[in-house]
Ligand binder design. Sequence first.
Ligand SMILES: C[S@@+](CC[C@H](N)C(=O)[O-])C[C@H]1O[C@@H](n2cnc3c(N)ncnc32)[C@H](O)[C@@H]1O
Length: 191
Amino acid sequence: MSDMFSTPDMGHLGSSDYNHVYEPAEDSFLFLDALEQEHDFLAKLRPTVCLEIGSGSGVCITFLARMLGSSSAYMSTDINVRAACITRDTACRNSVMVEPVVTDLVGSKGIEASWAGGVRGREVVDRLFPLIPSILSPDGVFYLVIIKENDQDEIEDIMKKNGFQMVVVKSRQSGPEFLSVLKFSWLPSVT
Ligand SMILES: C[S@@+](CC[C@H](N)C(=O)[O-])C[C@H]1O[C@@H](n2cnc3c(N)ncnc32)[C@H](O)[C@@H]1O
């Protein structure tokens, strides 16, 4: 879990909420740690818009909003209506503003940073990859949380063909899962 910036207060949510939305877990906490590690880079980048794709409880986008402050606008998407409502509540509870949108993957333009995770296979993220070039600003970055089975090398190849270079920001073994946070930025030859 994060040290320098505190994990958002999730005290407004109970077990009945987590019957309907994803409860923050090791993948969420690894992403918070990765965002904290990226603090200096992101603070310098000063993104106009930060978007989380698949916000669930809203713990990650709320953490980012608290970390970077009000110079950026924060949006989130989720296909689950309850996740959108809870994301809004989590932001309010932690005194930041996040605009949740109920949609499949992305529904807006001008995105600087985003998240998407694949619990099983890559059905969702494989649909997302071709959309990234049209939504990411020239200096924007895209973060992705994966498990080993998602095949990091293949993802790197796919994204390279789309014009992006990849670095691994953070990795961690969590029980049977090996989790990584990947970061994509435009290849210099493309921008
Ligand atoms: C593993 S949860 C992660 C939630 C949160 N980011 C976290 O780290 O705690 C994935 C979320 O993605 C959402 N999701 C799944 N498919 C989606 C899609 N096609 N478009 C938008 N959201 C999606 C799910 O409803 C779920 O809330």
